[in-house]
Design a protein around this ligand. Structure first.
Ligand code: T3D
Length: 269
């Protein structure tokens, strides 16, 4: 089965156009809260995204007025032997693999934050490579309101994006941060008008899907590795990745297109 065949998949609405896979969280009545069924659906979607060469960019978004309100707080949680909630199991089984698999995707990933992104919803957006936000969208590290620690990689991602103080202020107050502030702080690449948001996101994503996908994957790898590398180690990594890019068809095509003064037709390899 290809990603394009998935269509509506339980709690997720999947579509495919121009190399762009769009996955929309679709539980509007609960502002797209994440439930066990949604995790199951995500696993199915990720199986396709990881292997389907026709998909060259992912857009993660929400249906209705919200992006995602985080964990469904009305759902029964796993229970430990002492009868108390067992959140470690919820993270081991569902959230941590989801975040790890999204972060490891080789294609560019875009969070199209169409409305409020709260709790796990905010951090799922931030794990994407590029965040586009609609005017009126906002980000809430809502965990403190229910006496939890931010998860879904939020304590790793947010300080790296906005610095320790802003990250902690968001996490300790649970105050919403609007799209423009999120952009100014470095959580969001661009804020787009709400009216044409979905079309504008699709155009942006299609542009990336037409790009040199293999070199994009290597760029992601280099940037991710840089957190832990010395400059020397990073230079060595860039050298090895560049050597690989230099041998690829897309490099030849990019240079030929430049010389011939025409747009490049990248095939992603
Ligand atoms: O549990 C584990 O496995 C650990 C992992 C935890 C990860 C987490 O995400 S913890 C954080 C969970 N999320 C939240 O705490 C946010 C809860 N929601 C809100 O605070 C607010 O709904 C919003 C600020 C997101 C939006 O507020 P507003 O006023 O725009 O909408 P609303 O009226 O509150 O919500 C509309 C409906 O959606 C409402 O249902 P109703 O009354 O119309 O039948 C509301 O109950 C429902 N809803 C919103 N968020 C959730 C939800 N239902 C279940 N779970 C939700 N997270």
């Amino acid at each position: 089965m290809a990603f394009a065949d998935l269509g509506r998949l339980g709690t997720l609405a999947c579509s495919h156009a121009d190399g762009v896979a769009t996955v929309a969280l679709a539980r509007e009545e609960k502002l797209n809260a994440i439930c066990a069924d949604m995790h199951r659906d995500f696993r199915t979607v990720l199986d396709q995204l990881e292997t389907d060469p026709a998909v060259r960019c992912l857009v993660l978004t929400g249906t209705g007025r919200a992006f995602c309100s985080g964990q469904d707080l009305t759902e029964n949680l796993p229970v430990a032997s002492d009868g108390r909630p067992d959140l470690a199991t919820a993270l081991d089984r569902d959230y941590n693999p989801l975040v790890a698999r999204l972060a490891a995707l080789q294609i560019p990933t875009i969070a199209a934050v169409n409305g409020i992104a709260a709790g796990a919803g905010a951090n799922l957006a931030l794990v994407c490579d590029i965040v586009l936000a609609a005017q009126g969208a906002s980000f809430v590290e809502a965990f403190c309101r229910i006496a939890l620690v931010p998860d879904c990689g939020g304590t790793w991602l947010l300080p790296r994006l906005v610095g320790r103080q802003r990250a902690l202020a968001m996490m300790l107050t649970g105050e919403p941060v609007d799209a423009e502030t999120a952009r100014d702080w470095g959580m969001v690449w661009k804020v787009l008008p709400g009216e044409n948001f979905r079309d504008d996101v699709q155009s942006f994503a299609a542009r990336l899907a037409r790009g040199p996908t293999a070199s994009f994957a290597m760029t992601k790898r280099a940037v991710d590795a840089a957190w832990d590398n010395t400059l020397e180690e990073q230079l060595a990594l860039e050298r090895n990745l560049q050597a690989e890019c230099g041998r690829a068809d897309d490099f030849r095509e990019g240079v030929a297109a430049f010389v011939e003064k025409r747009p490049a037709l990248f095939r992603g390899r």
